[in-house]
Design a protein. Structure first.
Lengths: 717, 325
């Protein structure tokens, strides 16, 4: 019976090594094709009329002028008269034309009459939110918080939070859709969900699932916002039918991307937290609020990670007429982490304790991963030279000047991860070539590379010997890429397919090698007898024994033996400089220490942490969606005032992945979310340490930093 | 983008003849870094676009008897490459941290670009008025708006990077129109619009900027200091360009201080400059000049922090020009 477990340390030729991503050259040379790059013969361009009002009823729509415009091929109403619009930017009519500017002109020729309704888009101040925009609060109590606060040695109170941010995918949402005949559709979407999105479209169109063919080679960012086919995907396909089946490319404009294609909910909380005089955390109380659009939003997991024995939480879900939330890398965790770690760091400052010591002192409160966190805190502290540089809050870390104060901050986080369902077909051809087919997608994180490493490791071949075929729903189904479950799912199914395929090859060649299949191994491009490497065949010679029939084996996840796991912990520490005259924060050093079980490719794993840290610096310092209550619109749906960090803004990053005993044997887990959780908290804590006062809300923009400095000495409440 | 007629003249006479009597008739195109986005967003919908890039005489940077002539089509990157001894200008040019924009954007375009006010760019007009003509900035999000010169309806800040430096250095802007050539002092080139149809410069719809003539800053030093949140391409939250002339005893003989990104035009801080006369620049003197420069600031509901930033910009620009930073 085949054994699928991962090879042990010392027996790994590829797994855990630093291997460059296979699609790197294609990406840097422009050869890699994204959905934006797909151009089909006779292709039309789709554009949508969007509501200028945040809340309104559609009274009438007149598309006649648009329909008459030369170059306009089809016009379709998405939401007709009587429909209620709940956010500015919502889709009303879609138009297909021969070029983009004609389509835009046609959209502007459509006349819509609206009945405006009252809107609400600014949830930042709880005391100013009208009753009709609040859902009934939810409350929970455990232990005896009132008693614990009464007996506390130290209590702090503060308001912490972060604004709504968007996913801001560099490749906006959209697709190219066409009817290849009157029953079959082909789409090239920009998606995190190659296998599932075709079925979703088929259901909407009333087609058999097999009639929708999905293909996508590369995606320019998703971050949780690109799972569904979306209304524009369905309506573009319907429009294509109206246009005689012609291909239509509908890609969201940048302003639409930032307005309707997904947000992460805001999160604000008034927090009280208590400790004993000796610095043992005893009680938590929070009143939180936030919004993710008309559906409101649930409470992030307060208090985060720390299992504080006495806790009282109350949450207000706020309804706003704004573009709806979507999953955003580690949903709810960055918000919970920011609020919790900020409050705890404030408590440590009040106690006159170094937050590193404070965290270590209470580390058993983190639960099952306490030892991992401890190991990671000590490692990160060593990397950032915490004990050498850190000074108590407001004194300025070593290297501070009169106007530029340096500070250090830390945070820790958790995430589940795991391995989603995945099927893999691995084929060994008689000519020695190998190919792998899987309906997964590479979100830019190294999925192709991971597949080649696992197959190569198992077959004793280099990564470039494996032809990777992914991004198509005609390949074996594989899960959507979300929740840090892809690497676990795809590496497990690939391992099983590869083990079965190489075992089948052993069966074929064993007689010729005068041995039995169980005595063979595939190593270094050879099939050889275990313990007797002189009895060997080259890979090519061995495959030639297959005659004309290739071997194809399907590996499945989940399957026999567990190759994946769940649950990781990470620690991050930030070193910043703050110009106290301008309020401008600059990153000096930023350290991430992370575990994620068995690492398949060290290089792409580290790269994924780097990417998370860049997004994290952006979240901490720059990023916010700005709403205007008067017009109900997003004021910064562009990359001019919706700021992302540039390379010169991120400082120096160092990443350390926890590996070896205690980590590797857990199996493969996944890394997309965890390192995005801590940056906001670590950087906010570093700024508080530098300037001696908490800036309650991030992003830490000059106006907020200067306002906090102006009331230095007081609480931030 | 609305369809438009495209013209590419080779002389400035042809160019002004192709421009219209009103702004909706035609727009002049140079680097296009601003105009294209205005047109794509339907903020500007000209019937004709007149490309100026084919007019050879509008380019180049060359010394003149008393200073330097900068052609309107010189790029921002050209300034950094070729201009020596005008630190306030080259430092302002370096503040535009996108190589693409520095290589496409022109000096004339920098002066004539439209405001970045997010209400204007969102389609509410340069005076940012709602459906019923109500002003949106005072009750809206005005964190990036004007703190000086904002008593009228215009609340935006002028986005020019070079304007404050050119004013501080006493430059003249060459303008050409149907009536021929004229020169405008840089300080008088920028105007605050009174109506939604007005523009932010003295140019008539059928006039173009041809050149900038900057007198040599003999015996003087100059500097620009921008306060910008990001190192990556970002608009300054406040900026100051200064010129200092010192006597043998290092005392200020004359000074000029011009603020950027604080008002609908570059903002000349004459009193702060006069205050410096006879003084030796040090941190306290520079800080005091900053305070005087902002003495009349009238921040809106959300931008009081910009007063502090502008003070610091003045202080640091002075220290930089004096070689103290």
């Amino acid at each position: 019976m085949a054994e699928y477990k991962w090879p042990e340390e010392g027996k790994r030729s590829l797994i855990g090594k630093r291997i460059k991503r296979l699609d790197g050259p294609d990406k840097v040379s422009g050869k890699a094709k994204y959905t934006f790059d797909i151009n089909r013969p006779g292709m039309l361009f789709g554009k949508m009329l969007r509501s200028p009002h945040a809340h309104a009823k559609i009274v009438s729509i007149d598309t006649s002028a648009a329909e008459k415009m030369p170059g306009v091929k089809a016009v379709k109403i998405i939401q007709g008269p009587g429909s209620e619009i709940q956010w500015a930017g919502d889709e009303i009519v879609i138009v297909a034309a021969v070029d983009e500017s004609t389509a835009e002109d046609a959209v502007r020729a459509i006349k819509v009459q609206y009945e405006k309704l009252p809107h609400f888009v600014d949830e930042r101040d709880l005391s100013k939110i009208p009753q009709q925009y609040r859902r009934p609060p939810t409350a929970q109590t455990k232990g005896e918080p009132d008693k614990a606060f009464a007996e506390a040695g130290a209590v702090i109170e503060g308001v912490y939070g972060n604004e709504v941010i968007t996913h801001c995918c560099l490749e906006t949402h959209g697709l190219v859709s066409e009817w290849v005949d009157d029953k079959n559709v082909m789409i090239h979407p920009s998606t995190q969900s190659v296998t599932a999105v075709g079925g979703e479209l088929a259901r909407a169109l009333g087609l058999p699932a097999g009639n929708v063919h999905v293909h996508m080679d590369h995606v320019g960012g998703g971050f949780g916002s690109k799972f569904p086919i979306d209304r524009w995907g369905i309506e573009t396909t319907r429009l294509s039918k109206l246009a005689g089946g012609k291909p239509i490319k509908t890609m969201l404009e940048r302003d639409a991307e930032l307005t309707v294609a997904g947000t992460r909910p805001s999160a604000y909380a008034r927090v009280k937290v208590a400790a004993t005089k000796e610095g043992r955390i005893t009680a938590w109380e929070s009143e939180s609020w936030g919004s993710g659009g008309v559906a409101g939003t649930g409470m992030p997991p307060y208090p985060y990670v720390w299992q504080i024995p006495n806790a009282k939480t109350r949450h207000n879900s706020i309804i706003t007429h704004t573009g709806p939330q979507r999953a955003w890398r580690a949903p709810n965790h960055p918000q919970a982490c920011l609020v919790t770690m900020s409050a705890l760091e404030d408590l440590a400052a009040k106690l006159g304790m170094d937050p590193l010591d404070f965290f270590l002192k209470n580390i058993e409160m983190t639960g099952v991963r306490a030892n991992v966190y401890k190991e990671e805190l000590l490692k990160a502290a060593e990397m950032i030279e915490w004990k050498k540089l850190w000074r108590p809050r407001g004194e300025g870390a070593v290297g501070s000047t009169k106007t530029v104060k340096r500070g250090l901050g830390l945070s820790l986080h958790t995430w589940g991860g795991g391995g989603h369902a995945s099927d893999c077909d691995l084929t060994i051809h008689p000519d020695g070539s190998v190919d792998l087919k899987m309906g997964t997608q590479d979100l830019g994180v190294g999925t192709r590379t991971v597949l080649a490493i696992v197959a190569g490791e198992t077959l004793g071949l280099p990564v470039n010997a494996i032809k990777i075929n992914i991004g198509d729903n005609r390949y074996p189904p594989s899960g959507s890429s979300g929740g840090s479950t892809t690497v676990g799912g795809i590496s497990a199914s690939t391992r099983r397919a590869s083990v079965d395929a190489v075992n089948a090859l052993f069966e074929k060649v064993a007689p010729a090698m005068n041995t039995t299949p169980d005595k063979l191994e595939a190593v270094g491009g050879k099939i050889q007898e275990i313990g007797k490497p002189t009895n060997s065949m080259t890979w090519k010679q061995a495959c030639a024994k297959l005659g004309t029939q290739p071997i194809t084996m399907r590996g499945k996840q989940p399957g026999k033996e567990t190759l994946t796991n769940q649950g990781v912990g990470g620690v991050q520490m930030a070193d910043v400089s703050v110009d106290v005259e301008t309020g401008i924060v600059k990153m000096n050093n930023f350290i991430a220490v992370q575990d994620c079980g068995l690492i398949i490719d060290m290089k792409t794993a580290e790269s994924q942490v780097f990417g998370a840290m860049i997004m994290g610096v952006t979240f901490a310092l720059y990023e916010e969606r700005v709403m205007d209550q008067q017009t109900g619109r997003v004021l910064n749906p562009n990359m001019e005032f919706y700021r992302l960090a540039g390379l010169a803004d991120i400082g120096n990053f160092k990443v350390h992945m926890m590996t070896g005993k205690g980590y590797d044997e857990r199996g493969v887990i996944g890394l997309g979310e965890p390192p995005t959780v801590s940056p906001g908290a670590a950087i906010s804590n570093a700024v508080a340490n530098a300037i001696g006062v908490r800036v309650g809300t991030i992003p830490l923009t000059p106006d907020r930093v200067l306002a906090a400095l102006a009331k230095k000495g007081g609480s931030n409440a | 983008m609305h369809k438009f007629e495209y013209a590419s003249p080779t002389t400035k006479e042809q160019a002004v003849a192709l421009l219209g009597k009103s702004w909706s008739e035609a727009e002049a195109l140079a680097g296009g870094t601003d105009l294209l986005s205005l047109m794509k967003d339907y903020i500007s919908t000209p019937a004709r676009v007149v490309n100026l890039k084919g007019i050879k005489e509008l380019g180049g940077i060359s010394p003149t008897r008393g200073g330097v002539r900068i052609g309107a089509l010189a790029t921002i990157e050209d300034l950094r490459d070729k201009l020596k001894g005008y630190d306030a200008i080259t430092q302002a040019a370096s503040g535009i941290t996108s190589p693409q924009i520095r290589n496409m954007g022109t000096v004339g375009g920098d002066l004539c670009q439209r405001p970045r006010c997010w209400y204007y760019r969102g389609g509410f007009g340069v005076l940012a008025q709602g459906e019923n003509g109500e002003p949106l900035v005072p009750n809206g999000d005005n964190r990036y708006h004007a703190i000086l010169g904002n008593g009228g309806e215009a609340k935006f800040v002028h986005p020019s990077s070079l304007g404050p430096a050119l004013i501080a250095l006493g430059a003249k802007i060459g303008v050409f129109g149907p009536g021929g050539a004229r020169q405008v002092e840089a300080a008088k080139f920028f105007v605050t619009p009174k109506s939604a149809n007005d523009r932010e410069t003295v140019l008539a719809p059928n006039e173009i900027v041809t050149e900038i003539v900057v007198p040599a800053n003999l015996g003087g030093t100059s500097a620009t200091y921008e306060i910008r949140q990001r190192e990556a391409l970002d608009w300054p939250l406040a900026a100051a360009s200064v010129v200092l002339k010192l006597d043998a005893g290092k005392k200020v003989k004359s000074a000029a201080i011009v603020l950027g990104h604080v008002a609908p035009t570059p903002w000349v801080a004459a009193e702060a400059a006069q205050f410096l006369a006879g003084k030796t620049i040090d941190e306290d003197v520079a800080a005091e000049a900053g305070k005087i420069a902002l003495a009349n600031a009238a921040p809106l509901s959300r931008n009081a922090y910009k007063v502090q930033l502008a003070r610091v910009a003045v202080k640091r620009a002075l220290l930089k020009a004096a070689g103290l930073m």
